[in-house]
Design a binder for this molecule. Structure first.
Ligand code: NAD
Length: 385
């Protein structure tokens, strides 16, 4: 019997993405897999059930999907009712955020579910690039953040000379030059803004400059290159030095887009209330790092738009990829298909824990939490280690 791969309908509020799109189905069926799609799964991304059926999937009810699938593909972690439906021997693959929700991993492990998380992909392994959903979704986010900024800003981004006068180009600062930051630089440049950018990993200077941004060099040189291509958290001394200098730079910007993250931790505050207070009326901040954990701007409120007393608008969108669901789902579908096929042999799931991607992304298996990072977070004395 062919292995059944089920595509779940997302249940998180505001989520419009879907884990698989019809274009991505061929590769899975060619590998001998049967694809089931929960009715309505593609609706948020404007993909009708019939499009999945035409591509060779069987559209089924949620009950059938959860009862019969060997592997469930999803975008976000299963919450509440969806998590309770998963059963022993089943595998669930998605952006499960295991470091932010270790108790869910424990629940899945106890239920005998194998949990595979795309956010645990080794980022610097070139073979894993096609599976890198963090990158594909951050790319969409970086692009959309600039569009939101341009839409919110009451002036032009480009230099414009007209019979009615000349518009000065907008000064746009990008804080955090990872995947989202690089896309934001490119997008803001294409709109004609004057772009500068800053990151604590020095290697990003050249990347930013190659896209036409000016790299902000602080007098206090900080190298916070961490492991796996990520940044480490700054020491309190480094933070204070960075803040004082950044405040001056921020005060001269029309638009600030922040993208800085530390995996599994609260994002660093880069734009303080004081810095916002020194910005000109009409300026815009888009905080891409904002979530329930906090954001890069001290005054941002996740999911809301705040206008300060001095006239600065702070937008803190929570799920930018979901606001461009067709593109983000298309890219995500390629990522998750590549990850799944990396774990399939002769039409069946064959987990090889010696293989780097499998070793990194499988969080629970055989009734236990197998990810060391999650085990540490769950250890009673380990606390926030
Ligand atoms: P991320 O979302 O974790 O962070 C975004 C950026 O914020 C990072 O560049 C980080 O250095 C920066 N940052 C963190 N703290 C900061 C602070 N206090 N001040 C200023 N900036 C701060 O990063 P990401 O976009 O997910 O990228 C993670 C890494 O993975 C990067 O090194 C990226 O180049 C790498 N990557 C590699 C490949 C590949 O080699 N094929 C593919 C994709 C991503």
């Amino acid at each position: 019997m062919p292995m059944k791969v089920g595509v779940a309908r997302e249940s998180a509020a505001g989520e419009r993405r879907v884990a698989l799109v019809p274009e991505a189905l061929g590769k899975l069926t060619a590998a001998g897999l049967e694809v089931l799609v929960e009715a309505g799964a593609g609706a948020g991304a404007a993909i009708p059930d019939a499009a999945f059926a035409d591509a060779g999937a069987r559209v089924v009810s949620a009950d059938e999907l959860y009862a019969t699938s060997d592997v469930i593909l999803r975008v976000q972690k299963p919450a509440g009712a969806d998590a309770a439906r998963l059963r022993s021997g089943q595998t669930v693959i998605g952006l499960l955020q295991p470091l932010l929700d270790p108790p869910l991993m424990q629940t899945l492990a106890a239920a005998g579910v194998t949990a595979v998380s795309l956010d645990a992909i080794p980022r610097t392994l070139s073979r894993a690039q096609t599976m890198d959903a963090l990158s594909s979704q951050a790319n969409v986010g970086g692009y959309k953040a600039v569009l939101i900024a341009a839409n919110t800003y009451g002036r032009y981004f480009p230099l414009l000379t007209t019979a009615a006068g000349t518009a000065k180009p907008a000064n746009v600062l990008i804080l955090g030059i990872g995947v989202a930051g690089l896309q934001a630089i490119g997008t803001a440049r294409r709109l004609g803004a004057v772009v500068s950018a800053y990151d604590v990993r020095p290697e990003t200077a050249e990347q930013a400059e190659s896209l036409g941004a000016k790299f902000v060099r602080l007098k206090t040189s900080i190298d916070a290159t961490g492991t796996g291509g990520y940044a480490r958290e700054l020491t309190p001394e480094e933070r204070a030095a960075q803040q004082a200098e950044l405040n001056e730079v921020i005060a001269n910007q029309d638009v600030v887009i922040t993208t800085a993250q530390i995996p599994g931790r609260k994002p660093p505050v880069l734009v303080t209330a004081e810095a916002v207070g020194a910005m000109r009326s009409g300026s815009v901040i888009v905080d891409m790092a904002a979530s329930a954990l906090g954001g890069n701007c001290e005054l941002s409120r996740a999911g809301e738009t705040v206008v300060t007393d001095n006239g600065v608008t702070i937008v803190a969108p929570e799920n930018l990829p979901a606001s461009m669901p067709s593109s983000s789902s298309l890219f995500y579908a390629r990522n998750i298909s590549a990850l799944l096929l990396n774990m399939v042999k002769d039409g069946n799931l064959a987990l090889d824990f010696e293989e780097e991607v499998t070793k990194s992304t499988v969080i629970t298996h055989g009734g236990a939490v197998v990810s060391e990072a999650v085990q540490k977070l769950l250890a009673p004395a380990g606390g926030n280690a």
